[in-house]
Design a protein around this ligand. Structure first.
Ligand SMILES: [Zn+2]
Length: 315
């Protein structure tokens, strides 16, 4: 693996759209951030109230029902962060400030494509500090009903192995595996949309979810067919979307992961449980940065950072 440097956006970019759950309009702005800032969500204060900052970290997770909701522990919340986080992690952005004026990140077409396009438009700027990774040192395993999630040591990057098994004729068992790169993310995952079942709609609505869902932003499955007139973008779009969600949820580890993530029948809850289990076991991870070997020009991964300037709330 080559030495890679931290990166941020070259300039600010703004997006507007509706939330899939709340159905209300929000503005999201992505702004450049300093080295070692990580991913910071900022909820602007109104009427003289101060801005509230939520750092992308394991302890920020507040809810994982149908979407990932993060908060600062003092009432500031930001809902449905997973596709935006996936775009940021998938495009290799380390440091960014995300201003969200509203309660929920907009859904756009249900994939990460609008965020990827915004990041492309803004441009990516390399920063003068090596990228830091959260290196998995020993297996972490979470079992939750029929869902299993595992993080395993893997030094060649971040590898995803996602398997789903839905009792629906158009989904069934699907599997996706790849070692993540920006190209893999853009080509294979970024455009995969979220999905839902017609049979769940009444229940979701009565619980206050999916109020902004439509065929424009969700693949909608009836008993034996897809209701979206445009059909699927990939035959296995469902598992690809689950991989996209996992990338976003695992970005809440706070640093890019050097490890292998295996998930069977998982979702936001399982992803958050695995990140929390990793954070809780300090013998299971270390923070490393690739170091250039003298006269060789390639990186030696696994060099622990002497004094991890790591986000305090991981510990
Ligand atoms: Zn999703």
């Amino acid at each position: 693996m080559r030495v890679s440097f931290q990166s941020t956006l070259a300039q600010r970019v703004d997006l507007m759209g509706r939330g899939v759950h709340g159905g209300t309009q929000s503005r999201v702005s992505l702004l450049p951030a300093e080295i070692n800032s990580g991913i910071l969500f900022s909820r602007p204060g109104h009427n003289g109230a101060p801005d509230r900052v939520i750092s992308a970290s394991p302890s920020a997770v507040r809810n994982t029902d149908f979407a990932t909701v993060i908060g600062d522990g003092h009432g500031a919340l930001c809902s449905t962060v997973e596709h935006l986080l996936a775009a940021i992690a998938g495009m290799g952005i380390d440091n960014v400030i995300i201003e969200v004026d509203g309660n929920e990140v907009p859904i756009f077409d249900g994939s990460a494509s609008a965020f990827v396009e915004a990041i492309r438009q803004a441009g990516i700027e390399t920063q003068a500090a090596p990228r830091r990774y959260l290196k998995v040192l020993k297996p972490i395993r979470v079992q939750d009903g029929r869902s299993t999630g595992e993080l395993l040591p893997y030094d060649a990057g971040f590898r995803l192995e996602i398997e789903i098994d839905f009792n629906h004729p158009l989904i069934g068992r699907q599997r996706y595996a790849a070692t993540l790169s920006r190209e893999t993310f853009e080509d294979e995952l970024a455009n995969a949309r979220t999905f839902g079942f017609m049979s769940d709609v009444a229940k979701l609505w009565s619980a206050g979810y999916a109020l902004g869902a439509s065929l424009e932003n969700t693949i909608c499955l009836a008993e034996d067919r897809i209701l979206n007139p445009t059909g699927l973008r990939y035959p296995d779009e469902f598992v690809r979307h689950k991989a996209l969600d996992a990338i976003g949820d695992l970005a809440l580890a706070g640093l890019p992961i050097l490890g292998r993530y295996r998930s069977v029948c998982g979702g936001h809850k399982l992803n958050a449980q695995v990140v929390a289990a990793l954070a809780a076991d300090k013998s299971a991870w270390t923070v490393v940065e690739p170091k250039r070997r003298r006269n060789r020009g390639h990186a030696d991964l696994g060099v622990p950072v002497a004094q991890p300037a790591y986000r305090a709330d991981l510990s």
